[in-house]
Design a protein around this ligand. Sequence first.
Ligand code: SF4
Length: 178
Amino acid sequence: MEISVISIVESTSVDGPGLRTTVYCAGCGHRCKGCHNPQSWDINSGTLTDVTILADRLLATGEDITFSGGDPMFQAEAFGELAATIKSKSNRNIWCYTGFRIEQLLKNSKTLPLLQNIDVLVDGQFELALRDENLLFRGSSNQRLVDVKKTIEKGEVVIYEPMNLLSPLLMKYKRIEN
Ligand code: SF4
C-alpha cells in the first residue's frame, strides 16, 4: 500500500507532546474556511510512498509520531497499515488529526483499524469563528483531543486531558524548586 505524502517533519513540537515526527499527507475534502494548508487538499499534490518504507523511516527517528495533512482519514486503510506496523515494532505514541468526528469514524470499517492503532485523535473541522491561538495542539475550540483507547473501551468519547501533558513538566519544576 502507498500513502500520498507531502512532507515529513522531524522534531516538531506543535503536533502533540514532546518532540515528534509528523507525516503531512495529501488529500482533504473538508475545505474548512481559513484552512492553514489548502494546497494539501488535492490527493495528487503528494508523493506516493510505500507504507513499509515510511514505517522504517519513522521508526528510525526514535520520536513519537503524528499523522496530519490534509486529512489522513482520506487514506485511512494505508494509514491503518502504517500505524499497525509501527505499533507491532515499537511502543511509539501516535497522534492523528482529522476533520471528521470520532463518532463517525468508529462506525466505518475503513477507518476503525486506524483508530485501533493510534493513541490520540484530534477531531473536528477547523472553524474560523472559533479560532483560538491559546489552545493546545488545535486551532479552534470545537476540535477535541480524544483519548482513543479509552473511548473504544468505554463506548463513549473520552477527552485526553491537557493536564496529563503538563504534569511531567510541573513535576520537573517542583523538583527544581525543592
Ligand atoms: S480538515 Fe484540516 S486540512 Fe482539511 S480543510 Fe480543514 S483545516 Fe484544512
